[in-house]
Design a binder for this molecule. Structure first.
Ligand code: PGA
Length: 254
């Protein structure tokens, strides 16, 4: 049993505002009386406003998938923290592997985003994880260390931050990490987070992400170090996402 647990839906580049709203309506019927897990929906930017309205009066929270570190200015195509907050966003995913690997975001950008999110009152969902090649060549610890020490440099107050360990080889591949692999990696992540942040690092929840689905969620949430999930593909259908939430709810204390 866990004191609490998070289930985060990362919709990536999927769903319009109208589709997001109908997802929320459908899920409210499937999840009656399921209010223990902390559920965070991260739709694309263009659906945030509609989603913020849909979530009014619901026990679920709104998150975004990225933001820029500047408050405003000449940053074509970017979104600021104030813009997110105006849509009722509370959490923001930062350093997702697709941003790191497909869009070339280095640790120092992610660090500036984390610092800006915290200073403006948003809760970061800070993502880390190694590629298959890094794991196989024995570099996993070094990679996680660098991502965490550089990504969290200068953080003095965690402001409700969540960390997501997402091995790149497990994202969208259907091949999730095993409970043992996750326990080992989460132990490493927790140590480095405490090394970087000191005492405030101790209580930061660590979520697992990478091919979580209704079939494996019940098994993986049992792992002691897993404080919840960041879910991509299986969060796109209300049925499968609701099943994952139900699995997680079973492991949360009243
Ligand atoms: P997946 O994505 O669940 O489809 O593997 C997870 C993520 O990218 O956060």
């Amino acid at each position: 049993m866990k004191p609490s647990a998070y289930v985060v839906a990362n919709w990536k580049m999927n769903k319009t505002g109208a589709e997001a709203q109908s997802f929320v309506e459908k899920s409210s019927k499937l999840l009656l009386n399921m209010e223990k897990a902390k559920v965070i929906f991260c739709p694309p930017f263009t659906a945030l406003f509609d989603m913020g309205i849909s979530l009014e009066g619901k026990p679920w929270i709104l998150g975004a998938q990225n933001m820029h570190w500047e408050a405003s200015g000449a940053c074509t195509g970017e979104i600021s923290s104030d813009m997110l907050k105006a849509c009722r966003v509370e959490f923001v995913i930062l350093g997702h592997s697709e941003r790191r690997h497909n869009f070339g975001e280095p640790n120092n950008w992610i660090n500036q985003k984390v610092l800006r999110a915290i200073s403006t009152g948003l809760h970061p969902i800070f993502c880390v994880g190694e590629t298959l090649e890094e794991r196989q060549s024995g570099k996993m610890e070094d990679v996680l260390h660098k991502q965490i020490s550089e990504g969290l440099a200068g953080v003095k107050n965690s402001n409700g931050m969540l960390i997501a360990y997402e091995p790149v080889w497990a994202i969208g591949t259907g091949e999730h990490a095993t409970a043992e692999q996750i326990e080992k990696a989460h132990g490493i992540v927790k140590n480095y987070v405490c090394e970087s942040l000191g005492d405030i690092g101790k209580d930061i929840p660590v979520l697992y992400g990478g091919s979580v689905n209704p079939e494996n969620a019940g098994e993986l949430i049992k792992a002691k170090s897993v404080d919840g999930f960041l879910v991509g593909g299986a969060s796109l259908e209300s049925e499968s996402f609701s099943e994952i939430i139900k699995e997680v709810e079973t492991f949360i204390k009243e």
